[in-house]
Design a protein around this ligand. Structure first.
Ligand code: 5GP
Length: 130
């Protein structure tokens, strides 16, 4: 069965999309640690990041860097944190999290956002993509 992220990439499940190219897709995390929390995903469905082939791994990092720079420019924060967890969704993804404090990096304090707030944030980040 396709992973939930494959279903998002295919448009079967809606997402607040940030960026997409031939191999990768970025969208807002639905249960964010902080406003702007973004996931970068390879379209190739692989469970664990260290099992990616070298080219996909390097490509994912380059894609996440591009999205992360836009995030840093769009959302007020001290820096953008990068995490890989994968305990919930078995499809490789990089968390990009705008950090203001250590609490934003812990995955224990979450923020609730309305659909309009998600869309506004997504537009701000997309506007900073280079
Ligand atoms: P992890 O697998 O790294 O522990 O966490 C998976 C992340 O995916 C979580 O932060 C969770 O909020 C996010 N997530 C799970 N399901 C969905 C979904 O359907 N849409 C979006 N946008 N994010 C999701």
């Amino acid at each position: 069965m396709a992973s939930i992220f494959t279903r998002i990439i295919q448009g079967e499940i809606p997402s607040f999309k940030i960026a997409e190219d031939e191999n990768f897709y970025a969208f807002l995390d639905i249960n964010p640690n902080a406003p702007g929390h973004t996931l970068c995903v390879p379209k190739k469905e692989v469970d664990k990041i260290l099992d990616l082939d070298q080219d996909t791994y390097a490509g994912l990092m380059a894609f996440a860097r591009k999205v992360g720079l836009a995030l840093e420019a769009a959302i007020a924060c001290e820096r953008v944190g990068i995490s890989v967890i994968g305990l919930e969704v078995p499809h490789v993804h990089i968390h990009l999290i705008p950090l203001r404090s250590m609490a934003d990096a812990t995955f224990s304090s979450k923020v609730a956002l309305s659909p309009a707030e998600f869309e506004e944030i997504a537009q701000k980040i997309r506007a900073k993509l280079r």
